[in-house]
Design a protein around this ligand. Structure first.
Ligand SMILES: O=C(CO)COP(=O)(O)O
Length: 251
């Protein structure tokens, strides 16, 4: 059985973006609302300080908002952290969890990432669960097994009943201008799909598997056309409306 999945393109602004970035969002909305309607679900994940503004502004142009991380607890004495419910309250519909920049810098384990994804689902958000191998892991032929272990540990059982999104982001491709070959991307996405179907049956057929890591206007068309690539998670190229719109229109 093949399931048709509406592609999803998400922009991860990381720790970039201030109020002035809302002008980029206005420009993006302008591009997306002229001409043909985008064939993808479009999500922007800005820093938390402008999340509510992005959600408000995006509401008029069909651009959805997402957080970049959440805490596993619903509330409590966690200085500096943000609960999934607070992101939802600010207008988010998605939240990135387990990004490699957090796994590496904050020592986030698969268990913690799974707890965050559960918290997101509990708050009515769709978690974008990130996985990906390091360059050393790929060079030693362990990319697929590393990603398989991350998936097994990071995806909550609740994904059988609720929407989750998987983002495959090879760590060595993030912000470097390098990407795996198309064959390597397709092979990894096919392997992720098999694992999702093994675990979640038909539901696993419909789960988005996004590619992330140096996705650019120049390579988006060929990468987004690969088997089981259901969209992208875009870092640097999501900061400029023109580049992000080109990637969206490459779907
Ligand atoms: O980390 C990424 C998105 O989450 C990818 O970043 P770049 O597109 O800048 O490589």
């Amino acid at each position: 059985m093949t399931t048709t999945i509406t592609p999803l393109i998400a922009g991860n602004w990381k720790m970039n973006g201030v109020r002035a970035s809302l002008d980029e969002l206005t420009a993006l909305a302008g591009i997306l609302t002229t001409g043909d309607a985008p064939r993808a679900i479009v999500v922007v994940c800005p820093p938390a300080t402008i999340l509510a503004a992005v959600a408000r502004q995006g509401a008029t142009s069909g651009i959805l908002a997402g957080g970049q991380d959440c805490h596993p607890a619903a509330h409590g004495a966690y200085t500096g952290d943000i609960a999934a419910g607070m992101l939802a309250d600010a207008g988010a519909q998605y939240v990135i969890v387990g990004h490699s920049e957090r796994r590496a810098a904050h020592g986030e384990t698969d268990d913690l990432v799974r707890s965050k994804a559960e918290a997101a689902i509990g708050a009515g958000l769709k978690p974008i669960i990130c996985v990906g191998e390091t360059e050393a892991e790929r060079d030693s032929g362990r990319a697929e097994s590393v990603v398989a272990a991350q998936l097994a540990g990071s995806i909550p059982d609740a994904a059988g009943q609720h929407d989750v999104i998987i983002a495959y982001e090879p760590v060595w491709a993030i912000g470097t201008g390098r990407t795996p070959s198309n064959d390597d991307i397709a092979q990894m996405h096919n392997s992720i799909r098999r694992q999702l179907v093994d675990r979640f049956g038909d539901k696993g057929q419909g789960i988005h598997i996004l590619y992330g890591g140096s996705l650019k206007p120049q390579n988006a068309r060929e990468i987004l056309a690969l088997d089981n690539v259901n969209g992208g998670l875009v870092g640097g190229a999501s900061l400029l409306a023109k580049d992000f719109a080109t990637i969206i229109s490459a779907v």
